[in-house]
Write a protein that binds this ligand. Structure first.
Ligand code: HEM
Length: 187
């Protein structure tokens, strides 16, 4: 069943995709600056290299999640009724998380990139203090909480609508020989 997508969701999806496009170009620019520095064509200090690398790595993964989930929400909301508030809660938590991560990197010199993953930080030399690390980690935690809320909500809605997670994922077509084609129809 094709539903009309609400205007507020359309606006939210456009906002998420505009943010995704702008951040993608910015992160690509950071990537190119790093390559130029590695090739000795445009030299930046090691401190700036790792700050840009931290921003680039986190930003690229972050926008893949933001853009992907906005597109997914748009198409899913054409098939089942979704509460727009959850979409905006995730968007708001994403922006709060990003603001904290930006402050950590550019305000408190956090530049550890993906080495923040356990167990590497167990022996931190605390080179740039702990404030930046805390802001970065809590920023990621807030971002992650937004996605957890959104995906838990979507899983609940899908299970309720189609009678199970397996059916929502179309596994009965693959494993149980159910016939048909195209997006799931509401039962
Ligand atoms: C124009 C495109 C891109 C360029 C020029 C670029 C360039 C770079 C460079 C120079 C590094 C530094 C690390 C190294 O030399 O080993 C890096 C790291 C990284 N890039 Fe990219 N990249 C691009 C696109 C992407 C995309 C599309 C993603 C993910 C969706 C991505 C994710 C990462 C990650 C996760 C790291 C590691 C960060 C870390 O260790 O903290 N990059 N990139």
């Amino acid at each position: 069943m094709n539903r009309e997508v609400s205007p507020s969701i359309k606006r939210g999806v456009v906002l998420a995709l505009v943010a995704t496009s702008v951040i993608l170009v910015l992160m690509m620019t950071f990537g190119v600056i790093m390559l130029l520095s590695q090739g000795n064509l445009y030299k930046i200090s090691p401190q700036w290299f790792y700050k840009l690398m931290t921003m680039h790595g986190t930003g690229m993964i972050g926008i893949a999640a933001l853009g992907g989930s906005a597109i997914m929400w748009y198409f899913l909301s054409r098939h089942i009724e979704l509460n727009a508030k959850i979409f905006f809660i995730n968007l708001a938590l994403s922006f709060i998380g990003v603001a904290m991560i930006l402050t950590a990197i550019f305000g408190y010199q956090f530049s550890d990139g993906w080495t923040f993953l356990y167990p590497l930080p167990s022996f931190s030399s605390k080179l740039n203090g702990t404030t930046g690390a805390l802001l970065y980690l809590f920023g990621l935690l807030i971002l992650g909480s937004g996605y957890l809320i959104m995906y838990a909500y979507l899983a609940t809605r899908l299970i309720k609508e189609y009678g199970g997670l397996g059916k929502s994922l179309g596994w009965d077509y693959i494993f149980r020989g159910k016939k048909g084609y195209g997006p799931l129809q509401q039962q």
